[in-house]
Design a protein around this ligand. Structure first.
Ligand SMILES: NC(=O)c1ccc[n+]([C@@H]2O[C@H](COP(=O)([O-])OP(=O)(O)OC[C@H]3O[C@@H](n4cnc5c(N)ncnc54)[C@H](OP(=O)(O)O)[C@@H]3O)[C@@H](O)[C@H]2O)c1
Length: 286
């Protein structure tokens, strides 16, 4: 697969989002492992996860542990796979998502993620979401400390606005490598962050790039130009969507979620789908 850069490493230009394999509606473990192995077969080398991707209160890190098992049971070389996890969100088990961006929590959460992933240093650790009760600089300061201590190889942030991106990069001493924000045909208000990342040469990882777990299948029916361009190329509207994102800037690395081998196999083909300037303009206007 063609690659793009995070920090000083190259990763496949389409990553795998792990969330659908661990939250509501998740499949059985066998299908999840087959999905992750299919992604690896296709050359995916960025896998996005979080300690909060779980259902019940007593299974924090369900997705991290799943990914660790899938990597361990894969027949091939996985040394070039960058696992990107996050801390700062919690799921108490009642379906809600809560926040704790305190430095104490982030440092503890990172230690737990290290154990579940079975590594000495986490590939990419991302501060999941700003916590209004904690000054942003304090949360990012904890990520800087983890970086300085060698607990994490790369530092990223998520759900950040342009001011927070600049502030995080300053606190990290210019070592911010990625920003993960929501971006899809249905949710375009992260364009300013995408453009800032392109200017700063920081990777931009669109989350829910297909519109989210419950709406990804209807992308073509909700946004007709994506279905039309897809028909012209004989590919899926989801592939067109990912190719459209890749064309926005060389820093963009979408992380579509998957819980079936077929969907990730389809998504990775977006790296080879060339869209014309006229098609891109139609999709921009969709
Ligand atoms: N930082 C944050 O706050 C945040 C928030 C949300 C998500 N995320 C991350 O972003 C990742 C992606 O977001 P998401 O999973 O919410 O939504 P998404 O990627 O927009 O949609 C996921 C769904 O798309 C379907 N799909 C994938 N490729 C497809 C294809 N080629 N054709 C048809 N359907 C396809 C999958 O179906 P199947 O399940 O049937 O395979 C999957 O359930 C997550 O997995 C997670 O890692 C981060």
């Amino acid at each position: 697969m063609r690659t793009r850069r995070i920090g000083d490493v190259q990763v496949g230009a389409i990553g795998l989002g792990g969330m659908p394999m661990s939250i509501e509606g998740r499949p059985d473990e066998q299908r999840s492992i087959a999905t992750i192995h299919a992604a690896l077969d296709e050359g995916v080398t960025l896998i996005d996860t979080a300690d909060a991707y779980h259902l019940h209160a007593d299974e924090v890190g369900h997705n991290e542990a799943l990914i660790a098992r899938a990597l361990a049971s894969y027949g091939g070389d996985t040394s070039d796979v960058l696992v990107a996890t996050k801390g700062g969100h919690l799921r108490p088990g009642d379906g809600s998502w809560t926040l704790d961006g305190s430095p104490e929590h982030l440092k503890e959460a990172c230690e737990e993620s290290l154990k579940r992933l079975g590594v000495d240093a986490i590939g990419l650790y991302q501060f999941h979401r700003p916590d209004p009760r904690v000054p942003y600089g304090e949360s990012v300061g904890a990520i800087r400390d983890l970086l300085d201590a060698g607990k994490i190889r790369f530092a990223g942030i998520s759900n950040a606005n342009p001011d927070q991106i600049r502030q995080a990069n300053e606190i990290l001493g210019g070592r911010l490598v990625s920003v993960q924000n929501q971006f899809s045909p249905a949710f375009r208000s992260s364009e300013p962050e995408l453009e800032l990342c392109a200017e700063m040469d920081v990777a931009f990882l669109p989350w829910s790039p297909l519109g989210g777990i419950s709406q990804a299948g209807e992308l073509g029916s909700r946004f007709a130009p994506f279905a039309e361009v897809a028909r012209d190329h004989g590919v899926s509207p989801q592939q067109v969507c990912l190719a459209w994102m890749l064309a926005k800037a060389p820093v963009v690395i979408p992380i579509p979620g998957s819980s079936r081998p077929e969907t990730i196999r389809d998504s990775v083909k977006a790296v080879d789908l060339e869209l014309s300037a006229e098609e891109l303009a139609r999709l921009d206007a969709a």
